[in-house]
Design a protein around this ligand. Sequence first.
Ligand SMILES: [Fe+2]
Length: 367
Amino acid sequence: MMNFNFFIPTKIIFGKGRIGELSENIPSGYNNILLVTGKKSAKLNGALEKIKFLLKDKNITVFDEVEENPSFDILEKGREIAKKNKVEFIIGVGGGSPMDAAKGIAVLTNNEGSMRDYMKGKKPVNKILPIVCIPTTSGTGSEVTPFAVFTDPENEDKGGYANPDIFPVFSIIDPELTYTMPRNVIINTGIDAFTHALEGYFSTKASILNDYLAVHSIKIIAGNIIDAAEKDNLAMDRISYASMVAGIVIANAGTLLLHAAGYPLTVYHKIPHGLANAILLPEFIRFLKRKEVLVEKIEIVENIFESMGGIEKFLNEIGIKTKLSAYDIKREEIKNFVEKTIHKKNLLITPVKINEKDLYDFYEETF
Ligand SMILES: [Fe+2]
């Protein structure tokens, strides 16, 4: 029971205003830097301008075309730009999408082949560029994980790439950069962080240390997300912190059935990632209860939400409808969702054996 590994090599620089310490943390000798970001948010909240100013002594190339749920094509485009500019160091700024894209581009710049190959098991032979992450949302946890999630529009699929070499060398989590998030993004990304802590807690790779962090994170999110959604800055700071802690939890224990089952909702219905998890969350817990696993852990989590009338009521009260039918999803789609999900590795660390019927019922029960 006490045997476990715990690995998080990323230096964490946490605190308001600490973006100002970016330049001094970049190891000497790196001059050609690629800034990877989205089309809008990093510009709107001023993070991009601030970072460009802080790095005025470096050769900066900005790649600001990353869309929500980055595709393999955007990574190819990023690789070309990185190669052309002889990039040595990559900084991802924004939500999960630009940070994950930064990781993908860091893998591909010096390595042949597409990300699709690497996700199928191909190993990079050349150096992966060093990565720095600067989150401007509070949910993904990508700033402290060895994971990146990509979408394959050709195969209508979404999945994760894992490699310890894509842990950021350092991350600056400056909660002030999250203050311009709109309410729906605060909620969706905050619930994503909650599901990270929860799934890591329920994972077969859970450990006594990781569990402590998971419950710590869940309590902070439960106690602060409502105020954070109202733009209470202290509550937003706490969610930023809890999201980073939840990232550490999944770095060590992974995400489970819930994340895998949410991916088709994003691929086919453009439902934001955190919201997809939130919709399926109550059924995920009911599913585990029906299988009679994790009885004590489920009770611990449910107790945290008891004063709010339970997890589903809590979600409904922050505006999340927890029925697939509320999102124009049809029962006829379940078969395809099951096919897309049944082979995901996330299911292997979910603490119950899941067959196709289980998965079918899982979606069916959410209508
Ligand atoms: Fe997630």
